[in-house]
Design a binder for this molecule. Sequence first.
Ligand SMILES: Nc1ncnc2c1ncn2[C@@H]1O[C@H](COP(=O)(O)OP(=O)(O)OP(=O)(O)O)[C@@H](O)[C@H]1O
Ligand SMILES: [Mg+2]
Length: 700
Amino acid sequence: MALTDGASLLNLLDEMQNKKRFQELNWSGTFNDYLDVVTNNPRITRNSFQRLYDMIMSYGTEEFEDAKKKLIRYKFFSDPSFDSDDAIFGLEIPLMRLVNFFKAAAQGYGTEKRVLLLHGPVGSSKSTIVRRLKRGLEHYSHTDEGAMYTFSWFMGNLPEDGQLPDPSKIVGVREGLEPEWEPCPMHEEPLHLVPPEMREQFLARFNDGRSPEEHVTITGDLCPACRYHYRELMRRYDGDYTQMIRHIRVRRLIFSEQDRVGIGTFQPKDEKNQDSTELTGDINYRKIAIYGSDSDPRAFNFDGEFNIANRGIIEFIEMLKLDVAFLYDLLGASQEHKIKSKKFAQTDIDEVIIGHTNEPEYRRLENNEFMEALKDRTVRIDVPYITKLKDEIKIYERDFNGKKVPVHIAPHTLEIAAMWAVLSRLEEPKKANLTYLQKLKLYDGKSLPGFTEDNVKELRKEAQREGMEGISPRYVQDKISNALVKFQENGYINPFMVLNELESGLKNHALITSDEERLHYRDLLSVVKEEYTEIVKNEVQRAISADEEGIKRLCANYIDNVKAYTQREKVVNKFTGQAEEPDERLMRSIEKKIEIPDSRKDDFRREIMNYIGALAIEGKTFDYTTNERLHKALELKLFEDQKDSIKLTSLVSQVVDQDTQEKIDVVKARLVKNFGYNEQSATDVLNYVASIFARGDTTE
Ligand SMILES: Nc1ncnc2c1ncn2[C@@H]1O[C@H](COP(=O)(O)OP(=O)(O)OP(=O)(O)O)[C@@H](O)[C@H]1O
Ligand SMILES: [Mg+2]
């Protein structure tokens, strides 16, 4: 294909652009037009909590059971259709609490008057959750379902025909540069333009005959700037509302954090330097000169974080670092849904207020008196670390996958790192004989002999603070990155490289407070190393015995013998042609691999023959892969037979004869093809497993 040129690229952009969509998003109309829109779709007047809740629900839910507990997964948090880098995995219970908070607030049950505070250990995804909610709202505002509107004032004289120019066509209107146009600085709901004394009758008429879900309410009054324009125009038209309202141009409101529309973020700087103007806006000194007074709303920028986040969401990063005076502002804002800008009366706001703080910070203030006031007015939701291995692995697979890193990551590398992180978060199992690793497996949905789902439920219940301490995903992410950088030249990393990074970082980990803790984390590193060893031993065994022909031959041989045995016949030796007794040693050596005792061998053999017989009646032949136990037994036996012929252990001695080398290459190729290794990582693993076998440490 020819290289692209500028013209063809431009062409591509032209094809991709969606003019209809653009027009929809840039819709604008008169107040009258807007009333028509509301009549057709009253839901566009939802408040910020309702909109946020509906946004989350629009992605759907799924129910599932975990340790006998019914849980709901809100797909929004992990939906791959947008911002997949900020997907949240696991954490179903805290997310359910979060969504329930929004649900209650959407229905006006009182939580809308509380500050929502996400609280948890460092790196537990508090910021990510809020970021995702913000991005979700931005997205939603682009959809038909999430459409909402606001307005601008035209303060000039109306043209002869009374037709207002379309402000969306005028450059600078939204930025407030076009002097005759005054956009509402807080992008209010246009229904605020219905004067308070007329609302009751207006709504009675509007809601008449509509179902309760379609009922419209109007909450809050115009902001100080709009009140000013309203009064000005009413004066101009001698109190004629109809004339006044012709100066209004309604338009679609699209959220954008970048443009500071509907999405706000407040991050406290150092304590002495906090200034309320950042939250509620500031005097525009240049304009005071024009308008002559600092209480003229035209000389004030209503561009504090609370102002611009109106209709959407405002995030308070490290909320507890806020100056106390600010905190009371914040609590007032959530309780009354009002803010106060300098020199102006209280202003109504409609926005979701969500803060977060980490556990150390929270604990630092635990005994502070203002915390009492705070606790009373906030709903705290604990966001712990993940305690389910599967979910933790997803974090690292998202961050370090083939698309993002050019370096090969050996199989199990991320899994082992995740395993260590999760282990570090588990509370010591109270049950005797249960190890940390076993607990982890139970949580991960594996079954262990002697443990029921009820036990797992109990385990979860007895560990109240589980997940609130331990190693954060951020620490693990950093160490994996380090390993990737360090071994870039090698072209790959393996679990040992990452484990070494994880270990060496422990020395100066800022959040580890005691030697005891450090020791515990080191112990857990040994635990995961052992587990890794088991995993790869198993894998190499499987790779060695993944010789299909070999298994088939072994299987045929076994079946011949079993058949002869059950029918009390002899087996014909293929080489000598002689009839011989069934080979008991061969049969037992296979059966022992899956722990079939002598006393049960007859049953087992008969079962297999019955099965084969039943198949034969249907005209089918037996395939060992359909019998899981037999399959495993055959694999293990084949491995045992081949282990010595492959002389894996000779790898350690570095002198390998050609025959062995060929066999090893076959195994290596299988590791690459079936298990996701590359040449180097497969070599590593073979060497490692060989060294273990060399130590005489053979497994079943
Ligand atoms: N449950 C999870 N699902 C997906 N990613 C997670 C999860 N928990 C943590 N992470 C990842 O861990 C990293 C840290 O998350 P984040 O910055 O949101 O934490 P935080 O709770 O805000 O931390 P801090 O208290 O230090 O501000 C991010 O890369 C995030 O994606
Ligand atoms: Mg954070």
